[in-house]
Design a protein around this ligand. Structure first.
Ligand code: ATR
Length: 262
């Protein structure tokens, strides 16, 4: 039986196995998808297991999306531009790193029906997922993308790869149309971003977090009558793309699938 895995640390929370195993079964593919807690030192061995065909494909999550790159033979354009790999597949015996988070975020934004043309975006955070969000936004004809991160240096470092970014200090609020929480604040229930929410002026509030489904960030926005969206669709669509890359089947998304990760 073929084996797929998702690696990360922590990994317990990952809902990827639920989705992928559902689709593997649905499409009659004789394979299993498991989660594996790894340390940085384990990465080389795991990737060599994939080279030896003991593993068919690997999803990579926090904090290893960059750390896997030195062990791969090729990168897709999106993986290269973001320096972030979340999906590894084999092509003509070469291990290729791809990034389906960019696709996931683009699809999620499309589904909100929020038109981003000439709009201003504020991103809170500068962690692993942000390069993928920035690359996706770049192709949406936004007028300005601003980063605000507690550790300003990380935002400045991202600007080296994406010179069009504007960087402001943490706590400095700028008027925006779309405000994205890409920090990890809110994963723990009732944890709140220490910013003055009344100054967070926007129309759509987007949280990358999908579990819990409504963070304080989204709750506060909703109270002020704003449109809100969590990271669930981004998660589902990055998984769809990874499944498609591995199996050449685009899995169907329906209520049954969405209920799985509720
Ligand atoms: P990493 O930073 O290792 O890539 P991540 O989970 O991808 O990890 O990103 C966590 C993000 O949440 C970072 O932007 C982090 O800010 P720092 O770069 O200053 O660490 C942000 N974050 C986490 N806890 C925070 C807090 N209490 N206040 C503000 N930002 C926080």
């Amino acid at each position: 039986m073929k084996k797929y895995i998702v690696i990360g640390n922590p990994i317990e929370h990952s809902l990827s196995p639920l989705l992928h195993n559902f689709w593997l079964k649905k499409y009659g593919i004789n394979a299993i998808y498991e989660k594996q807690l790894v340390e940085k030192n384990d990465i080389e061995k795991i990737i060599s297991d994939m080279r030896a065909s003991k593993i068919e494909g690997i999803n990579v999550t926090v904090p290893f999306k960059k750390a896997v790159i030195p062990f791969l033979d090729q990168l897709s354009d999106t993986a290269k531009e973001t320096q972030s790999v979340n999906t590894i597949f084999k092509k003509q015996n070469k291990l290729v790193g791809d990034n389906t988070d960019v696709y996931g975020f683009s699809e999620a934004i499309k589904l909100t029906n929020f038109n981003l043309t000439n709009k201003k975006v504020l991103i809170l955070g500068a962690g692993g997922v942000v390069p993928s969000i920035v690359l996706a936004l770049k192709s949406m004809e936004t007028s300005e993308i601003t980063l605000s991160n507690r550790t300003k240096k990380k935002a400045d470092d991202l600007k080296k790869n994406f010179p069009f970014l504007k960087v402001v200090s943490w706590g400095e609020i700028i008027k925006s149309d779309l405000i994205i929480n890409a920090t990890s604040i809110g994963i723990k229930k009732n944890e709140e971003i220490k910013l003055d929410h009344s100054k967070l002026d926007g129309q759509l509030f987007y949280d990358v977090i999908y579990n819990p489904p409504k963070t304080k960030f989204l709750e506060n926005a909703k109270k002020s009558g704003k449109k809100t969206e969590n990271g669930k669709n981004m998660f589902v669509y990055q998984a769809i793309k990874a499944f498609e890359i591995w199996n050449s089947i685009t899995p169907e998304i329906n209520k049954e699938v969405l209920d799985l990760i509720q």
